[in-house]
Design a binder for this molecule. Structure first.
Ligand code: SF4
Length: 319
């Protein structure tokens, strides 16, 4: 393990999970998303699991998802109870997104029989299902298992690549996998006809604003032929993370909203008909992407609209 990986691990050495209830999901809500270029309702569920295995071993520099995890093994029934509880609020949304602040295909977080039960329940209710996973858990066996249940074109797997640059992914993000692993996982996903969503991080630590924009654009050029959609995630300051450690010592600031707009304008030109979306977490606050405050809410609202309509024209009112 390198120095940064050790540091990320040590930051969590005294961590004790505050929430103990294994039958309660982290969150569930309804939002708008897109199927075949049309806005539709989507239902999002975030399961509370043991936690991302990489996070327990060391963890990414910006990721505070472990704060919501239990750090202990859960029973198959616990996740199903969480699913039932969330589904009480399900209201016929066409998309269901199953997130678990880790990897849907990691058996330590969600067992095979749990995955199958959930997908079997959803398949006749929804038009599209989205999940997320690190590439090492995306194996032919696991894809084969779900291929028997679901329609491939309606199943999307998101991978948090963050950047196509292996040096930045290792030295700034401590992601723990290489670009080639993302490519291999993407090839397997494509072989089964499923869709790929690629998450990119705007402004990991140690990059200037300009370097971060450049890194996103170069990454988008590389992933465009591979991915079906890109989701841009500007860094926000999450609790008990390395990024928070730097931020508290004035050694890191979240990206400007100007930078987010610049990346979206340039990326859309590269992506062409393929979609790029951006969810701003903590936008306008000190812990999230922000400008001076005057135009923050207007820009954030334009970014949300762009994620739906893909129209960059409204950004030119600001740049
Ligand atoms: S960003 Fe993803 S891979 Fe990294 S620690 Fe968080 S959940 Fe795990």
């Amino acid at each position: 393990m390198n120095e940064l990986a050790d540091f990320c691990k040590n930051l969590k050495k005294d961590f004790t999970p505050k929430i103990k209830n294994s039958k309660e999901p982290v969150k569930y809500w309804s939002e708008i998303d897109i199927i075949e270029d049309k806005p539709v309702d989507a239902f999002v569920i975030i399961f509370r699991t043991k936690g991302c295995s990489w996070s327990i071993k060391s963890g990414c520099t910006m990721c505070g998802y472990f704060n919501d995890s239990l750090w202990k093994n859960l029973d198959h029934k616990d996740i199903l109870l969480q699913f039932e509880k969330a589904m009480e609020k399900y209201n016929g949304e066409k998309i269901v997104k199953i997130f678990n602040s880790g990897s849907f295909f990691d058996d330590k977080e969600i067992k095979s029989k749990t995955r199958i039960s959930i997908l079997n329940d959803l398949i006749n209710k929804v038009d599209k299902i989205s999940v997320e996973s690190r590439p090492e858990y995306i194996t032919n066996d696991k894809l084969e298992e779900i291929y028997d249940i679901i329609t491939p074109k309606n199943f999307e797997i998101g991978i948090g690549l963050e950047t196509a640059d292996d040096y930045i992914r290792e030295k700034s993000i401590n992601k723990g996998f290489r670009f080639s692993q993302y490519q291999e996982a993407a090839n397997k996903i494509k072989k089964y006809g499923f869709k790929i969503k690629t998450y990119l991080l705007l402004k990991p630590p140690f990059l200037t604003e300009e370097e971060a924009i450049f890194d996103n654009i170069e990454t988008i050029k590389k992933v465009r032929p591979i991915t079906d959609i890109v989701s841009l995630n500007p860094t926000n300051i999450q609790r008990n993370t390395y990024v928070e450690y730097l931020w508290k010592r004035n050694q890191y600031t979240p990206p400007w909203l100007w930078s987010v707009m610049q990346v979206l304008i340039k990326s859309k030109r590269i992506m062409g008909k393929k979609r790029i979306k951006c969810d701003i977490v903590g936008g306008g606050s000190y812990r999230g992407p922000h400008n001076c405050g005057k135009c923050d809410s207007e820009i954030i609202s334009n970014i949300s609209n762009f994620s739906i309509n893909q129209n960059i024209v409204s950004f030119f009112l600001f740049v």
